[in-house]
Design a protein around this ligand. Structure first.
Ligand code: SF4
Length: 237
């Protein structure tokens, strides 16, 4: 049995995915790296705006100066935990990302220290290369994760995250195949899981998310399941 999902435009994702309060992208653009990217909503959003900053060897578009001011405003107004999903229209550890924007972002996380920043990637092999030289306690408000779409992606990416000193999590979204987390939950603080969305979305079997929830429950790992009412908010620092 498969679930029928309704397509949600990227603009309303923050409102309907309440594991984060807002999003921030230091630049715009990326390249597809695996089957999880097949129906990338960010690429569709990008091309819908007439931009061509997607693909290998293509220059990524810098973020506007106005957008860079938003996190400062969120930080100033934050009355409690405020979670920022970094990079809905990029992969922060993309080797073709903009180096200046990446450096500016790291400084931003120190200035906007009341915010909790969530970065997840399909390129964990690049994490250590692109962490700042002073990575450590100064970045306690930054959590790092890998994006996983199926078992093959989990087996490939999870070990590369395991060695990183950070609060770590998995984004299993879009889930396009069964995932067995039993050997991969050491040191993981929380998991978000959800189905693919959009007109070409691939079906998700609710049993797959039930398995993920069960494995997490066994290990005391919090789960935010976008396809069900089980929504445990992620850790803040
Ligand atoms: S890594 Fe993410 S942003 Fe980049 S193409 Fe794949 S799904 Fe899209």
């Amino acid at each position: 049995m498969y679930e029928l999902r309704v397509w949600l435009p990227s603009q309303v994702r923050a409102a309907t995915d309440p594991w984060f309060d807002n999003t921030f992208s230091p630049w715009v653009g990326c390249s597809k790296v695996s089957s999880g990217c097949t129906n990338c909503f960010a690429e569709a959003w990008n091309s819908g705006r007439g931009r061509s900053n997607w693909g290998p060897g293509v220059v990524r578009a810098p973020q506007s100066e106005g957008a860079w001011l938003s996190p400062l405003r969120w930080n100033q107004n934050a009355q409690g935990p405020y979670r920022v999903f970094v990079g809905p229209v990029l992969d922060f550890f993309d080797s073709e990302g903009l180096p200046g924007a990446r450096a500016r972002f790291w400084e931003m996380t120190k200035i906007a220290s009341k915010l909790t920043w969530f970065l997840f990637t399909k390129r964990p092999e690049n994490i250590s290369r692109f962490l700042p030289a002073d990575w450590g306690r100064k970045y306690a408000n930054v959590q790092l994760g890998v994006s996983v779409e199926d078992q093959a992606a989990l087996v490939r990416r999870a070990p590369l995250l395991a060695g990183v000193q950070a609060t770590r999590f998995y984004s299993i979204d879009p889930l396009i195949g069964p995932v067995d987390l039993r050997e991969h939950l050491d040191g993981i603080s929380w998991v978000v899981v959800g189905p693919e969305e959009g007109p070409s979305s691939r079906p998700m079997d609710p049993q797959w998310t039930a398995e993920i929830r069960a494995r997490c429950r066994e290990r005391g790992v919090r789960v935010f399941d976008r396809s069900s009412s089980l929504r445990e908010m992620p850790t803040t620092v």
